[in-house]
Design a binder for this molecule. Sequence first.
Ligand SMILES: Nc1ncnc2c1ncn2[C@@H]1O[C@H](COP(=O)(O)OP(=O)(O)OP(=O)(O)O)[C@@H](O)[C@H]1O
Ligand SMILES: [Mg+2]
Length: 264
Amino acid sequence: MLVAVDAGRAYVKTITGNRKFSFPSKVSKARQRTFVQTLEEDMEIRYQGKDYFIGQLAEREGSFTRQMMTESKVNIETVLLVLTALFQAGAIGEVKLVTGVPINMYKEDERARLRAKLEGEHEIILNGTYRKLHITKAAITIEGGAAYWVHRRMGTVRIVDPGARTTNYATFKDGIFIDRESGTIPKGWDNVREADPEEMASMIVGHLGGMWNITDVVELIGGKAHDLVEPFKRVGFQFATTFEDPQFANALGYYALGKETLGE
Ligand SMILES: Nc1ncnc2c1ncn2[C@@H]1O[C@H](COP(=O)(O)OP(=O)(O)OP(=O)(O)O)[C@@H](O)[C@H]1O
Ligand SMILES: [Mg+2]
């Protein structure tokens, strides 16, 4: 079984087969509750002897709820979010995983450490159900750029992915990734002072303007891409466009890449 997980700072996006779903990237220690009201999307997990609330439940009932705002993704939160995503995707036993890190974190050391945390056997109990998951392969690619694999094509392809904390931008020319025209801006919707589309567009265009040609077709992805298209056209790239479901573009790209390199 192949599962693609885009563990973003705001939402975890998951794709497998023809199913896709997301939940908030929130993790907290589980708290003993006096009166327990359970909602359908509530997720409580036990991993390595510790109990956690995940997603909406962590938002609603957690104490010390953590949202990953650190630069690196090599941490227990990522592992918990990915395992929860795999479980919810229906994985049992062996599973192949494709996930990503921001472009500026795509270094051999970072990837190797993340892979080491993910690959191997994990025992997890989610809402009382025990499962053993064996991640036989964890492929780690780039956030933003991975959307390229959704519809690969020749010529110049520019992708911009404003997320919660970072904005990844990627360039492919005739199918080849161009590193010097790709990177990560350490700003996203949740940490830009005026998180409005006009401000975001100006900030990003200011960064890319000198490097990319204003007549390039720029594909905008990420959770709020639809809001960004018009301002982007106004302040810089007149041929800005977006995906049908831009929030899942990375995860779809991870899945397409995984299908090619690891098989379903
Ligand atoms: N349905 C929605 N309504 C309002 N805001 C949303 C919605 N979905 C996503 N957002 C916001 O859009 C932004 C980008 O969402 P996205 O899922 O692309 O971020 P992410 O991938 O989790 O973050 P990052 O790429 O920085 O790790 C976030 O600030 C998020 O809060
Ligand atoms: Mg993202």
